[in-house]
Structures are given as C-alpha cells and as structure tokens.
Write a protein that binds this ligand. Structure first.
Ligand code: GDP
Ligand code: MG
Length: 596
C-alpha cells in the first residue's frame, strides 16, 4: 500500500489541469504514443471543444521513481466548474492528496481558493504546482507569493512546470511520491468502497468507479449499495488503464472499476458506499451528499413529431448522468416536453448542446428558473420551479428564494464595477478581502436566480475576462416574486413566461420584447409584443407589417429558380413554429432565452 498514491488535480478552469494530466500520462507511458491524443481524460466532444472538464475520469499509472521503486498512481481528474462541485467533492473523498495548480500568469483564482477549502475539508495533503512557466507573462515569484499569501501553502514546495512543453514533469512525479501520503485502511476489515463516479457503457452496463477504503472485494462477491439498499453481484473488477484491465481483487487503498449488472446510473447514487452482503460494514462512509438540482427549465421539441426522439434522447443522457432529472411537461404553445432539473447553467448548456448535436433535435428551452418556496394563505407550503405552476397571486402569503454566497476574484481596478453589478443583481451584502497586491475578493450574498440571467457574461465583460466567480448555496430568504407573461399578437407564449423579483420584472420584459421584435420576421400585419403581470402590461414593442414576396425578384421567368427559392423557404420553415397567425423562428426563442 505504501506504493500507491491516490490524488487529483485541482485548479481554476483553464489553469492547465487537463494538459498536466496529459503530460503525467505520457511521462508514465500510460498509453502508447499512437493512441495518445490531447485531453486524454476529457472524453466528451463538448469537453474537448470547450476545453472544460465535465465528468471526472480516472486512470491508474505506473511510475518508476528515481529511487528505483514502482508506484501505482491513481489520477482522478476533477471538473473545474462550480456547477459540478459535488463531483469535485466525491473525487476528493477518493484521494489522499492533491496537486493544486496555480497559473504562473494568472495567479490564484476563485475556484483555486474554493477547491482548496474543499480539499482541506477532506484532509488532503496538498502539493502546489506553478504551471505555464513557458509563457512570457509567467511570474513564478508572484505565483509563489500567492501560494503563500492567498492559499497559505508552503511556497518553497511549489514545483514550477510547463504542462505544455513538459518541463518539470518529472519533478512533479517525484513530488507526488515524496510529499503525498499513501492510503491507509485494513484489507481484512468489512468492505467499504466509495463509489465516486459511474458511467454507462452500452455493452457492459454501468461501470462503477470505486476507491476501496477498507476490506477487499472480488469477482462474484455479492455487494450492497448502503444508501440505495440495492444488491448486485460483481461480474468483473480491475484497474482503469485506458481500457478496463481485470484483476482478481480490489483491496484497501486501491482505486478501480467494478462491473456488477447495474443498468442505469439513475438506479444508484454516486457517493454511495459499497459493502459485502454477507459481511456488511456497520456504517457507510460519512460525508455523502446527493446531487442537488438548482436550475430548472422546460425542454420542448421544435416540431411535435420529434417528441418521441426527445424522450429517447433524454433517457439515454440520464442513463449516464445521475444529476439530470426530467419529468413530463406540457405547454399550450409548444405541446409536450419535459421539465428538467440541472446542477447549474453550464449543466443546462451541456445537456442542450448534446441533445441538439448528438441527437440532432431542434429544441425550445424555457427560461431557467430556481425553486421558490411559497407559503399559501391556507397555511400549506408549495415548491414552484415552473411558471406554469405559479398559483393565483391572491392566494400567496409569502415566498422565499435560494441565496448564494458568491465569491468573485478581480483585479482591484474593477472592484467598483463588480460591486455595482452585484447590486444590480440584488446583492444584499458585499464585503471585500484584499488578497495580495492588486487582487480583491468580493464576497456577495445574492439570489441564485439573479446569476441565471445576464450575470456571468457581464462579469467577464467588466473585468476584461479577469474576473472569476464561484458560489455556494446558503439559505432561502423572503422575496417578492411575480410571474411575467410574454404575449405575441395578444397570445401568451407560455414557454416564455418567467418568475422574477418584482423590481426586475419590467427590465427583463423589455429585454424579451425587444429581442423578440428583432428575431421574429415581419408579417403582413402589425404584431404587438407585450410583457404583462396578470392583466397589466408592463413592457411592449411592435413588429411593423411588411409585404414579403420572395419570388418577386425572379421576374416571373426562371421557373426552376423560383422553385428553388420556395423550397428554401419551406426548409427554413422546418425551424419555425406557428402561434395563431404568427410564425416564430426557433432562433427567436434561442436569442430571447439566452442567459449569459
Ligand atoms: P483546465 O481547464 O484546467 O483543464 O485547463 P487546460 O488543460 O484545458 O488548459 C487550458 C489552456 O491552457 C489550454 O489552451 C492549454 O493549451 C493551455 N496550457 C495548459 N498548460 C500550459 C502551459 O504549461 N503553458 C502554456 N503556454 N499553455 C498551457
Ligand atoms: Mg480541463
């Protein structure tokens, strides 16, 4: 066991976690040069394209150290985005140590700090790594000062590297072996295995990723998920070495995979503890937290005959994403669809993109909402995350909404604008911490619902890309929420309704009206667009009438050209939706509902 290291890499997004992982894999010859590609651990297309890690991945590497001994290094990649912090937690629970990356040109950022706190919560030993030293703007001394002052870690231990060129990689590997502790745990005790991840394989079913905390598990053992109280039989287990590499057992301290006939990740809870049915552990591993959906949105197919396809696509995605929830929903305007729950806006984005791209679906997605808790005058409590379910306002006694503690790191010259942005988004308190020369953390308590709309993009803009943002949910607080309807030609388009604080209702309604007026093509009559609370209109815009004849240009002569044009127009209509006498293109919904 003293020759095992279980560790992860934590960093702010873009500081080079995936690239460093690639270099470590290559340095340990975890995979042949022929099979290697960049961002080895980022398996989804979207992850590679956007350069973000969404799902964590694990790999077991063999490192031949300077002292001549072989080590098994279990590298657990963690997602960097705040939406996925529950996954970060689970990964951390499987580790004994972590590399914490600081970008030599950027210094410490919001997620570096947030992840550091998490790592400390789980008692991980930390080894700082200063990355991107090849950049002309790299300032290793500044990074050391930040590691000392902002992270409170030993700056002299920090290892300068370039994940790009590979410089310093062997020092990192030696550092891992030297400074990160080996796992502990009794291999003869009753089994406790942490399920820290799982993914679906279409041939094998669910592949569980586990860290054995104590005990030993073998093929054909009957295992039990302690929280879910479900039993399975182990078909196969082993190490993740870019392919599943079967072993005859997994024992205390080891990290590996288990295949046990689990059909869908929705059947189990990630974070659960596995034990043996005939010799169970007395209690599961503490610290278990189920994934929490905080953002809700309805997803409709653009054309109603795609409903079955959407159903199948969601089923497929959910099989591999335990954090995605969905249930049937229907809209007067858009027909049948699904109400989905997400971990945050990025999660929503990713699911939307996968539905559109991998399943080729045209979608309309309603404005994302948080979950409000209402107390009605008759004393009952109601949870509402869908504007459709908003009750008659006269029956509401009080409402409350979820608040977050947002932590924003910014160069000090932008502090004023950041504070103003927070206030515009109903921040209730803002405090400032000076981290080091020129860098400030703004801590703000604000409604989660406020960061869902027009916040992140603005933050990036006013800080010229240097601002970074992280948050944690804190509590529900009293609020004054109204439901706003959007009417096109006097018809409410229910998918465009939204719940919002009374003070923000008009600004957002105006935004919607203007966006719609731009995105809906002119018709042969005038179209009023209105935002309304109950019966009273709070915002409006108008689309002027026009007589549009696409064939007019053809001088009546060229029939084939005329036909082509008409066909083109018809095709364009495939992505249009008819509302009464008004045709709304899909891109109108997309541009209106764009949130960041
Ligand atoms: P992650 O979000 O932390 O996983 O970061 P990535 O590994 O995806 O890296 C973010 C960006 O920084 C990519 O464009 C990398 O090519 C680049 N990058 C990573 N490490 C280095 C480095 O050592 N030097 C330079 N110049 N660029 C790097
Ligand atoms: Mg990455």
């Amino acid at each position: 066991m003293k020759h095992i290291r279980n560790f992860c890499i934590i960093a702010h997004i873009d500081h080079g976690k995936s690239t460093l992982a690639d270099r470590l894999i290559q340095a340990c010859e975890g995979i042949s040069q022929r099979e290697f590609h960049d961002q080895m651990l980022d398996s989804m297309d979207i992850e590679r394209e956007r350069g973000i890690t969404i799902k964590s991945n694990t790999v077991t590497l063999t490192y031949h150290s300077k002292s001549g001994e072989d080590y098994l290094l279990n590298l657990i990649d963690t997602p960097g985005h705040v939406d996925f912090s529950h996954e970060v937690r689970r990964s951390l629970m499987a580790c004994d140590g972590a590399l914490i990356i600081v970008d030599a040109s950027q210094g410490v950022e919001a997620q570096t700090v947030a992840n550091l706190y998490l790592a400390l919560e789980y008692d991980l030993e930390l080894l700082p790594v200063i990355n991107k030293i090849d950049l002309p703007a790299a300032d290793v001394e500044m990074a050391r000062e930040a590691i000392d002052g902002e992270l409170g870690l030993d700056p002299f231990q920090a290892i300068p590297v370039s994940a790009k060129t590979g410089e310093g990689i062997h020092e990192v590997l030696e550092g891992i072996v030297e400074h990160l502790p080996p796992p502990s745990g009794d291999p003869t005790a009753p089994l406790k295995a942490l399920v820290f991840d799982a993914y679906f394989d279409k041939y094998r079913g669910v592949i569980l990723q586990v860290r054995i905390m104590q005990g030993t598990v073998k093929p054909r053992d009957n295992i039990r998920f302690m929280h879910a109280e479900r039993d399975y039989k182990v078909d196969e287990l082993g190490f993740n070495q870019f392919k599943l590499n079967p072993k005859d057992k997994l024992t205390a301290g080891e990290v590996g995979y288990i295949v046990a006939g689990v059909k869908s990740v929705q059947d189990i809870e990630i974070g659960d503890t596995l034990t043996l049915v005939n010799r169970p552990a007395d209690a599961p591993i503490p610290g278990y937290q189920p994934a929490k959906q905080v953002v809700f949105s309805s997803v409709y197919p653009m054309s109603t005959d795609e409903y079955q396809d959407l159903t199948k696509a969601l089923e497929k995605l959910a099989i591999n994403d335990a954090a995605l929830t969905y249930e049937k929903d229907s809209s007067a305007a858009l027909g049948f669809g699904f109400r989905c729950g997400f971990l945050g806006l990025l999660h929503l984005d990713v699911i939307q993109e996968r539905l559109e791209r991998e399943f080729d679906l045209g979608l309309v997605i309603s404005a994302p909402s948080v979950k409000y808790i209402l107390t009605l005058k008759d004393g009952t409590t109601l949870n509402v995350d869908n504007p459709t379910n908003w009750p008659d306002p006269s029956t509401i006694d009080s409402a409350s909404e979820p608040y977050i503690k947002a932590s924003i790191l910014t160069p000090d010259e932008y502090v004023g604008s950041v504070m103003e942005l927070c206030r515009e988004h109903r921040s209730e308190s803002q405090t400032m911490n000076y981290l080091s020369a020129g860098r400030v953390e703004v801590v703000s308590e604000m409604p989660l619902g406020e960061v869902l709309f027009d916040f992140y993009g603005k933050l990036k803009m006013i800080t010229r890309g240097y601002g970074s943002f992280d948050y944690e949910p804190i509590e529900y607080r009293k609020t004054d929420i109204v439901k706003v309807d959007i009417l096109v030609n006097k018809e409410p388009i229910d998918a465009l309704s939204y719940l919002v604080h009374r003070d923000k209702a008009r600004t957002r309604a105006l935004h919607y009206c203007e966006q719609l007026a731009e995105a809906i093509p002119r018709h042969q009559f005038k179209i009023p667009i209105q935002g309304a609370i109950g019966g009273s209109v709070i915002a409006r815009s108008t689309i002027q009438a026009v007589r549009k004849d696409v064939t007019a240009k053809c001088y009546g002569g060229d029939i084939s050209r005329k036909k082509k044009l008409l066909e083109k127009q018809k095709k364009g209509k495939a992505k249009m939706k008819q509302f009464g006498s008004v045709t709304i293109p899909q891109k109108a919904f997309v541009s209106v509902l764009q949130t960041s």
